[in-house]
Ligand binder design. Structure first.
Ligand code: GLN
Length: 485
């Protein structure tokens, strides 16, 4: 039977299996069917993926050169445009909308022979931490079906975790790749802001959004980043720097890196006790094993979630104004409605509760009279954080933090308490406020059976160091094993 461990091993398998891509697609289609209850996919491109697999098998067998992601089976969060395919952002307001162009990441995946198998469920417009805000139903955590997979890229995390595809792409505005990766026991990378093009990604908070990668191994993350990253003339916020060769992830230079950790974060009242104990002992063993580890005084921990929610809702209120019933998808149109009533009706019934809450919040913090007290203040906090981060990275190479204060929540646990839900983002939003790259590594298992790990960060555009560090940490400390599903 087909089994996937890494892209490299898959490519060796293809070298001796003329029907290898087809075998892989058939396996994933059957896995998706077997685990349909997880609700990870909003749509599966079964026929198309099979045809593509056959074409790739022929291409390889005829001796033509193959792409870096030849036959790699990829799933996309349903917020990334794939031309002529539906694109809903898990929202009723875009239910029947079809993408009219490819996101740059999609073009780059396809140019390297990847096969896109389907689009993944997520929180509506990427707003949420549990996937419970999807207009198309909850996604279940494959490790324990009574728990959430995390969010907002819940379906994409589950797709990799439950072996429904090899890798997947999500988006991370405040943790939406790292947190669901943590809840589902896989790796999640948010690259530096400006590393990966956002062209074709539906915008939530444009100065925070970044497309991220879910995978089971660091070399797979590295190869995917190599393919999707780099300058794009369609997104002026992308960096013109040439990407390093991420294949150097195996180089064992992590011991020379200086690691810092925010002391307060590992003792914070919100942190699950068992996770706190385990992570503090992990930090101790890093020191004992020859890493240079230093505590950092970081006095801003309690300001980062409020600053994040003020700024992202402000940006969202502006970004989502385009969904007015005229230009895209769903409209609530009855004869006799005035234009104003038409907009109001469309937006009131088209958007879900959380999205409406955020549009209102964002409009409020931007309104005259409150702008200085909220929006301008939050921008000042962001600037302070960026300055502080620069100072930290003058001395240190890596910062480590928990990824989430707890393991995956039970379904419904936080649904009626948005503030509690927002506060659980305490460890992830920092990297988005400052634009630095961050990765979540699934290292340990909680006594409740669920995975948890650590989050590592470097200064901007140092993804190669981050991946090298991650590879060494995983090699040396990972005890969590994904269950076979
Ligand atoms: N949980 C955060 C939020 O709800 C993160 C979302 C994201 O990264 N897209 O905003």
């Amino acid at each position: 039977m087909f089994s996937f461990t890494s892209i490299e091993n898959y490519h060796s398998f293809l070298a001796t299996n003329p029907d290898g891509c087809t075998t892989a697609i058939k396996y994933y289609l059957s896995q998706i069917e077997k685990h349909a209850d997880l609700n990870a996919f909003l749509e599966v491109f079964a026929d198309e993926a099979l045809l593509k697999a056959k074409a790739l098998d022929e291409k390889r067998n005829s001796g033509q050169p193959t792409g870096k992601l030849h036959g790699v089976v990829v799933a996309l969060k349903d917020i990334i445009s794939y031309k002529d395919h539906r694109l809903s952002a898990s929202s009723k307001i875009l239910e029947d909308f079809r993408a009219i162009y490819n996101a740059t990441v999609v073009d780059r995946l396809l140019a390297e022979d990847a096969i896109i198998i389907g689009r993944n469920n997520c929180d509506e417009f990427a707003m949420g931490s549990t996937n419970e805000n999807s207009a198309f139903g909850n996604v279940l955590n494959p490790i324990s079906r009574s728990r959430v997979p995390g969010g907002s890229s819940g379906g994409s995390a589950v797709a990799v975790s439950a072996n429904l595809c090899m890798i997947s792409l999500g988006s991370d505005t405040g943790g939406s790749v790292r947190q669901p990766a943590d809840f589902c026991g896989i790796i999640g990378l948010k690259p530096t802001y400006g590393r990966v093009s956002r062209f074709g990604l539906i915008a939530y908070g444009s100065s925070f959004d970044q497309i991220g990668i879910f995978a089971k191994t660091i070399p797979d993350v590295a190869l995917t980043l190599q393919v999707i990253g780099g300058h794009d003339r369609f997104d002026n916020t992308t960096s013109k720097r040439i990407q390093p060769d991420y294949q150097l992830v195996e180089e064992n230079s992590a011991k020379k890196l200086k690691i810092g950790y925010f002391k307060d974060a590992f003792f914070h009242q919100s942190l699950d006790e068992e996770i706190g104990v385990r992570l503090r002992s992990f930090i101790e063993s890093l020191g004992e094993d020859g890493f240079l580890v230093e505590p950092i005084d970081f006095e801003y921990l309690d300001y980062i979630v409020p600053a994040y929610y003020v700024l992202t809702t402000a940006e969202a209120s502006s970004n989502l104004s385009r969904f007015d019933g005229v230009r895209y998808g769903y409209r609530d149109h009855k004869n006799g409605l005035s234009l104003r009533e038409f907009y109001k009706k469309t937006r009131s019934t088209g958007f879900g509760k959380e999205v409406k809450r955020r549009i209102l919040l964002g409009t409020f913090v931007l309104s005259t009279g409150y702008y200085d007290a909220y929006f301008a203040k939050a921008q000042q906090v962001r600037k302070m954080l960026i300055d502080k981060t620069e100072l930290i990275f003058n001395d240190l190479d890596v910062i480590i933090l928990p990824t989430s204060p707890s393991t995956a929540f039970a379904i419904g646990e936080k649904t009626n308490d948005p503030i509690a839900m927002y506060l659980a983002d305490i460890y992830t939003v920092y990297a988005n406020l400052t634009g630095i790259p961050a990765i979540s590594l699934p290292l340990f298992q909680h006594s409740n059976g669920m995975p948890f790990g650590i989050q590592a960060m470097t200064s901007r555009f140092k993804e190669l160091s981050l991946l090298q560090f991650s590879q060494q940490i995983i090699r040396q400390y990972k005890s969590y094993e994904n269950p076979t599903l």
